[in-house]
Design a protein around this ligand. Sequence first.
Ligand SMILES: [Zn+2]
Length: 90
Amino acid sequence: MGKTYIKNYMEDIVWELLPDILNRFPECCNCEICRHDIVAKALNDLPPKYVARHKGEVYTKVAELTQQFRTDVYSALTKAILVVSQNPNH
Ligand SMILES: [Zn+2]
C-alpha cells in the first residue's frame, strides 16, 4: 500500500535549489515560515511537473536538469525572495 503515488517533481527541485539562491540574499529572512512562503510563491510561477513515483526507484537529480530549466527555477525563486523579504509573513 502507498508504494506508488503522484508527485509534483517541481517541488523537489525548488526546495533543492532554494539554499543556493537564499545565499545570495543574506538580508532575506531564512526562517521556516519565510522559506515555505518563498517555495509556495515560486511554485505558483512555475509549471507543475507531475511524475508517478514508485517507492525504491531512482530519480533524476537536480544536477541533471538542463540549464534553461534551472534558469527558470532560479528566476522564479529570486522573484519570490524579493516579494517575501519585503513582506515577511510574521
Ligand atoms: Zn521569516
